[in-house]
Ligand binder design. Structure first.
Ligand code: F0G
Length: 448
């Protein structure tokens, strides 16, 4: 069969509210042209993020009922710990309330003034937590990863020559660890090859450096390795994922992605001393080590979610349905980051509306146009989010896991095609109010 279907059926539905164009125009003005500030109720198809927005399975909901809410030593924790040990091979499994809590703990231990931490591309919270510790975050993705048109199969790879250059430039003693984000969210949801991860491991061994993964989307990355990397086609995704983790000394994970839950995170560590330090910080701000800022029921849902995400029929449906959206847009002459990523499609907004200069935020203008036209919410990943660090002006359409049907995605495609046909009417924006950090969440804009 050529048709790939959703490997599930729908048991519970949530109605969507239809709005008029005039209502959306008012909502946009009230929100200062920042869709983070638009009430979700006024959004029809919400592609703001794939984080914490997935649908849980009947087994996960059953786990929610089974949750053991004991303060210490809850049964749900041991189930979660055993599942994560099985998937990752790590002994020390620390639950946190979400990915950035894992980051905050890790960088409080390894970051600090004068340190430099390389990554393929740091996600915004990772960069912010590193900078908050006083350290510097550096992006070293391969050049193909910065070219929206390059069809390189592993555009998330970190550039080993650039990494070597950094070690020579700043000195190995100033680099507390090397990080690699799988898949590379800020670089278009692009995967990292096993060959690249093995090479980073060898590089770190030569220099005595620890190697950490930002493993939010590890299952999607493992599936891409199976599909695209020579010699990997016959290996189960579980085995590939296990090897990815085995190459690292630790990982920060937001379980809101491939953990298939609405809230949760994990911190994995191999080094005993780091683990003890992390556990102490965890108790300080997250909670006792067997719940780490979560309810017992959340740990049950995570234990089950991390198992389901590695089912290959699920991953085939997941990666194929993202590619479907991307390929339809490309076929209509809309430039996206090619090839389609795992969890999202990234439209090249600079190419979409070349009449809007980068200083007037073409990505933000496109985000507003999609909301105004069809109630679709995407997110700008460009000069608004990264300021001067921005390499591209992108609009990300992230696909929540197991949430939207193919006809809803067809609606999204049609809406983007219509906005594209009238793109000359889109206007640039200027910032009228902005906070000192992570400005994209709360900044307000005005149309020029
Ligand atoms: N690392 C990566 C690669 C991420 O994509 C995210 C979150 C985090 C860390 C932080 O995790 O939100 O649980 O604290 N990404 C979401 C997104 C927010 O929309 O891409 P968190």
């Amino acid at each position: 069969m050529k048709t790939i279907i959703e490997p599930f059926r729908i048991k519970v539905v949530e109605p969507l509210k239809m709005t008029t164009r005039a209502e959306r125009e008012t909502a946009l003005q009230k929100a200062g042209y920042n869709v983070f500030l638009v009430p979700a109720e006024d959004v029809l198809i919400d592609l703001l993020t794939d984080s914490g927005t997935g649908a849980m399975s009947s087994e996960q909901w059953a786990g929610i009922m089974r949750g053991d809410e004991s303060y210490a030593g809850a049964r749900s924790y041991y189930r979660f710990e055993a599942r994560l040990q099985e998937i990752t091979g790590f002994e020390h499994i620390i639950p946190t309330h979400q990915g950035r809590a894992s980051e905050r703990i890790l960088f409080e231990l390894v970051g600090g003034e004068g340190k430099v931490i390389p990554n393929n591309n740091h996600f915004d919270t990772t960069r912010a937590n590193i900078e908050h510790s006083g350290a510097k975050a550096v992006d070293l993705v391969i050049d193909e990863g910065r070219d929206p048109r390059s069809r390189h199969p592993f555009k998330g790879n970190i550039d080993l020559d650039k990494l070597d250059g950094l070690v020579k430039e700043v000195g190995v003693e100033h680099i507390p660890c090397v990080m690699v984000t799988v898949t590379n969210n800020s670089g278009g949801g692009q995967p990292v090859s096993l060959e690249n991860l093995r090479a980073v491991r060898a590089f770190c061994d030569r220099h005595g450096l620890p190697f950490f993964l930002d493993a939010c989307r590890f299952a999607e990355n493992a599936y891409f390795i199976q599909q695209r990397e020579p010699g990997q086609a016959d290996r189960p995704v579980t085995e590939i994922a296990r090897e990815m983790f085995s190459l690292s000394d630790g990982a920060t994970i937001s379980a809101k992605k491939d953990g298939m839950v609405n809230i949760g995170g994990v911190l994995l560590l191999r080094n005993e001393e780091l683990y003890i330090g992390a556990r102490n910080l965890l108790i300080l701000t997250e909670g006792f080590p067997t719940y780490g800022g979560l309810a017992g029921r959340d740990l049950e849902a995570m234990a089950q979610g991390f198992e389901e995400v590695l089912h290959e029929d699920y991953l085939q449906y997941r990666i194929r349905s993202t590619a479907y959206l991307g390929e339809k847009l490309l076929a209509s002459g809309i430039q996206i980051v090619e090839p389609p990523g795992g969890h999202a499609i990234y439209i090249d907004a600079a190419d979409f509306c070349p009449h809007i200069p980068r200083s007037q935020f073409p990505g933000q203008a496109l985000v507003c146009a999609l909301y105004r036209h069809a109630g679709i919410r995407g997110v700008e990943i460009g000069s608004v989010m990264f300021g001067a660090h921005a390499r591209m002006e992108l609009v990300r359409l992230a696909i929540p896991r197991r949430v939207y049907t193919q006809s809803q995605i067809d609606y999204v495609i049609e809406a983007i095609q219509e906005v594209h046909a009238e793109r000359d009417r889109m206007r640039g924006l200027k910032i009228v109010e902005e906070p000192p950090v992570l400005r994209h969440f709360t900044a307000r804009f005005a149309e020029i």
